[in-house]
Design a protein around this ligand. Structure first.
Ligand SMILES: [Zn+2]
Length: 61
């Protein structure tokens, strides 16, 4: 029998765009600007959503 389970959760992760600095080098000139991905916090929240399906495996005779 198949079993289906839905899941959804949030996960806080380090921003990879700015390496958790919260800012990135300005293009073409010295200085920094606020990272547009994490808005300066250095962290991002990722939302995961999907389904997991389970079914028996093996023992086919
Ligand atoms: Zn960032």
């Amino acid at each position: 029998m198949e079993k289906c389970r839905a899941f959804s959760y949030d996960k806080i992760e380090v921003c990879r765009n700015c390496n958790s600095e919260g800012r990135i080098p300005e293009d073409g000139r010295p200085g920094f600007k606020i990272c547009p991905i994490c808005c300066g916090s250095g962290l991002v929240k990722k939302h995961y959503e999907g389904t997991v399906t389970m079914e028996p495996y093996g023992r086919e005779e």
